[in-house]
Design a protein around this ligand. Structure first.
Ligand code: ARG
Length: 469
């Protein structure tokens, strides 16, 4: 029988209990829930809100729990009830003091934020690795020419490095987004209780601090009823996945016979059961589809919170699986995309062949005519356009100008952020330096987050020893 049903409500049929329970996703937050309960009990003791001996019995019970071994019974409804039940089983009636001045509402919001911050920091690390892989490849392919496309039509000459760096820059903004989201995630709801605080004096800032939060949420209703941090997290994951999907789409196209710009490693392709010559780009295809699913989860999450009245409603529980799945898919996709990039083999011959198309340098010629011959740009543009139509745009005619040479064209494009070697070298250096710094920052954060259970149990042990001695 659930401790929440007591004498008041009849036990629910298993089917209903299962339907409304969050047992299947709560395993993920067990460790956080235990830490939160310890932090809260320490706070109750500090304020003298509960008898010392009862508080200490609760602490002892909480310290004896192994998060890996917690079995969330369906009749418990969720992990929050499970922990309270277990503490009561171990500490007897003293366990009944555990839920003073807190509720499942502030507790679940806190646990979700603790899980989200850890997952986001790990995603940030994976992002760094992917960006580094792109930078390494870019460095190796700084001289490899490649057509740049608009409307999927050949447009201008560029280099493989320049295109890979475009992907790296987009992902670097995702890294910034992740940090921004992390900042809003890492605020503590504890003390908000069911949504209007409690009559007990609770030092919210202190609880937040020992749980390694950067601060507290400033409004108790907002603290328990709002899940914009979930939306933010799924949004940042959607942005990452969408950028991965674009990269994967490129790899799928470039590895076709038609482009033949790149060869994916054997481990990232599979063959057809019917056509033995095939090398199907299955890994980027799956990432492309996973990206669509994450965007779907974002829409699903928005639809759940849309027009939901304050404060807590059980609808919010349905966000948890969306959030956790999103984290798992994104982290795994990033990891696999990194391996994919590391093993890419660019095919120089066909890249060169594709870039020898002189019309790729039509803009160069029009620019040259404008600057050297003082022909207004639009007139020069029409002149070059006509020459292309009439097949007059030949390299030998313009050779003296060397304007139609794609390699020279690329090197002359010294525009900041452009494809010239100077510019791509600058981009590679700047991004590498940034990634180096950011990675260190993430390691520091992760260490702080991961040490919470240990530090908190040390504090609790001190408290227990105080009373035992
Ligand atoms: N299992 C719930 C969740 O994951 C915890 C909060 C339940 N609160 C409540 N008032 N029923 O969201």
């Amino acid at each position: 029988m659930s401790i929440l049903r007591g004498k008041r409500l009849k036990d629910q049929p298993l089917e209903i209990a299962k339907f409304t329970s969050s047992a299947n996703t709560d395993q993920r937050i067990v460790e956080h829930v235990i830490s939160i309960n310890i932090a809260h009990t320490l706070s109750l003791l500090r304020e003298g809100a509960i008898p010392r001996s009862d508080g200490v019995k609760c602490l002892k019970a909480l310290l004896s729990l192994d998060p890996q071994k917690i079995d969330i019974a369906v009749s418990d409804e969720d992990v929050h009830v499970t922990i309270e039940r277990l503490v009561s089983e171990l500490a007897g009636p003293s366990g009944g003091f555990l839920n003073l001045a807190k509720s499942r509402n502030d507790q679940v919001a806190t646990a979700l934020r603790m899980e989200a911050r850890r997952a986001l920091a790990n995603i940030a690390l994976e992002l760094c690795d992917l960006i580094s892989a792109l930078l390494t490849k870019a460095k190796a392919e700084q001289n490899s020419l490649m057509p740049y496309y608009t409307h999927l039509q050949r447009a201008q000459p560029t280099t493989v490095a320049h295109v890979l760096l475009a992907h790296a820059h987009a992902l670097e903004r995702d890294l910034e987004r992740t940090f921004f989201v992390l900042k809003n995630v890492n605020l503590c709801p504890m003390g908000a209780a069911a949504g209007c605080g409690s009559t007990i004096k609770i030092d919210r800032k202190r609880i937040a601090k020992i749980l390694a939060f950067d601060g507290v949420l400033q409004n108790t209703i907002d603290a328990v009823a709002t899940r914009d941090f979930v939306l933010d997290a799924i949004f940042v994951a959607s942005s990452i996945m969408s950028n991965l999907s674009v990269l994967c789409e490129h790899l799928i196209l470039w590895s076709t016979k038609e482009f033949n710009f790149v060869r994916l490693s054997d481990e990232h392709v599979s063959t057809s059961s019917a056509m033995p010559h095939k090398r199907n780009p299955v890994v980027p295809e799956i990432i492309r589809a996973k990206s669509s699913q994450v965007v779907g989860k974002l829409i699903a999450a928005f639809s759940i919170v849309n027009a939901l009245p304050y404060g807590y409603n059980l609808d919010l529980q349905e966000l948890n699986a969306l959030l956790f799945d999103t984290f798992d898919v994104t982290q795994q996709s990033l990891k696999i995309a990194t391996q994919l990039v590391q093993k890419l083999e660019f095919l120089k011959e066909s890249l060169d062949r594709a870039t020898k198309d002189h019309s790729l340098c039509s803009t160069d010629l029009a620019e040259w005519l404008c600057v050297e011959k003082k022909i207004p740009y639009r007139e020069a543009y029409h002149y070059v356009g006509d020459a292309i139509v009439h097949g007059d745009l030949k390299a030998d005619k313009a050779q003296t100008l060397s304007v139609l040479d794609p390699q020279k064209s690329v090197q002359k494009r010294a525009t900041e952020g452009g494809p010239s070697k100077l510019s791509t070298t600058f981009q590679i250096r700047a991004l590498s330096a940034k990634i180096f710094k950011v990675k260190r920052r993430i390691f520091v954060k992760l260490k702080i987050f991961d040490e919470v259970p240990l530090k908190i149990s040390q504090e609790a042990k001190k408290e227990v020893m105080n009373i035992d001695s």
